[in-house]
Design a protein around this ligand. Structure first.
Ligand SMILES: O=P(O)(O)OP(=O)(O)OP(=O)(O)OC[C@H]1O[C@@H](n2cnc3c(O)ncnc32)[C@H](O)[C@@H]1O
Ligand SMILES: [Mg+2]
Length: 196
C-alpha cells in the first residue's frame, strides 16, 4: 500500500490521524486531493456501519485503499447519547460549540460523579477488492460542567481524563494521541499491518 485515502471532512480528526500514521511511509490523501469526493449519509445505527460506509464510498470514488473514522461520545446518563449522532447532537451541521452547549444543557443539575462518559472510535480500512478491516478504541472520562482548554476538537474541552487530571483539550496532542480512542484504534491497525 503506497497511498491511503483518509475519508474525513473533520480537520481535527485528519490532523490526529496524520500524526498517528506518521512514519508509515504511506502517502496520505484527503478528500481535498480529489476533484470530486462523495458525501455519505451517516445513517447507520452503529459506528461500524458508518465507518464502513464512509470508507467503501471513498474506495469506489478513488479506486484506492481508504480509511474512515466514525466516532462519538457515549453518556450513560443520557441513555448512551449522543453516540452516532455526536456530530449533529444540537442540529444538522452544528458547530462544536453548539454541541458542547447542548451537552451541558442536558447534564445540568447532575453531579460530576454521575457524569461518566466514554469516547469510541471505529476505524474502517477498506480495499479496492472489497475487503474491510475494523479497529476500535475507547477512552473513559467525565463530562465537566464548563469547558477547559483550547486543544483538540469537538467535545474535548468538556471531557476530563482522571489519570491526567485534565480535559483532552488541555493535553498536548502527543499525550491525547497516546491515550485516546483514536490512538488506540490506530495502534491496533498498525499492529495488524506491520505484524509479520
Ligand atoms: O464523518 P467525518 O467526515 O469523519 O467527520 P465528523 O466530524 O462528521 O465525524 P463523525 O461523523 O465520526 O462524528 C463524530 C463526532 O464526535 C465527536 N468526536 C469524535 N472524536 C472526538 C475527539 O477525539 N474529541 C472530541 N470530540 C470527538 C466530534 O464532535 C465529531 O464531530
Ligand atoms: Mg460525520
Amino acid at each position: 500500500m503506497t497511498h491511503l485515502v483518509i475519508a474525513t471532512r473533520n480537520k481535527g480528526k485528519m490532523r490526529e490521524i496524520a500524526e498517528l500514521l506518521a512514519g508509515m511511509e504511506i502517502t496520505l490523501l484527503s478528500p481535498d486531493d480529489f476533484a470530486e469526493f462523495p458525501e455519505v449519509a451517516e445513517d447507520g445505527e452503529t459506528f461500524e456501519e458508518n465507518a464502513v460506509k464512509k470508507a467503501r464510498s471513498a474506495v469506489v470514488a478513488t479506486g484506492l485503499p481508504s480509511l474512515a473514522d466514525d466516532s462519538g461520545l457515549i453518556v450513560p446518563l443520557l441513555g448512551g447519547r449522543p453516540g452516532v449522532f455526536s456530530a449533529r447532537f444540537a442540529r444538522e451541521g452544528a458547530s462544536d460549540g453548539e454541541n458542547n452547549d447542548k451537552l451541558l444543557a442536558e447534564l445540568t443539575g447532575f453531579p460530576l460523579a454521575a457524569r461518566n462518559a466514554s469516547f469510541c472510535c471505529v476505524i474502517a480500512l477498506c480495499f479496492p477488492g472489497g475487503e474491510c478491516l475494523i479497529f476500535r478504541g475507547e477512552l473513559a472520562g467525565m463530562i465537566l460542567d464548563q469547558p477547559h482548554g483550547n486543544g483538540g476538537f469537538g467535545y474535548d474541552p468538556l471531557f476530563y481524563v482522571a489519570d491526567q487530571g485534565k480535559t483532552l483539550a488541555e493535553l498536548p496532542s502527543e499525550v491525547k494521541n497516546r491515550i485516546s480512542h483514536r490512538g488506540k484504534a490506530l495502534a491496533e491497525l498498525k499492529k495488524y499491518l506491520f505484524s509479520p
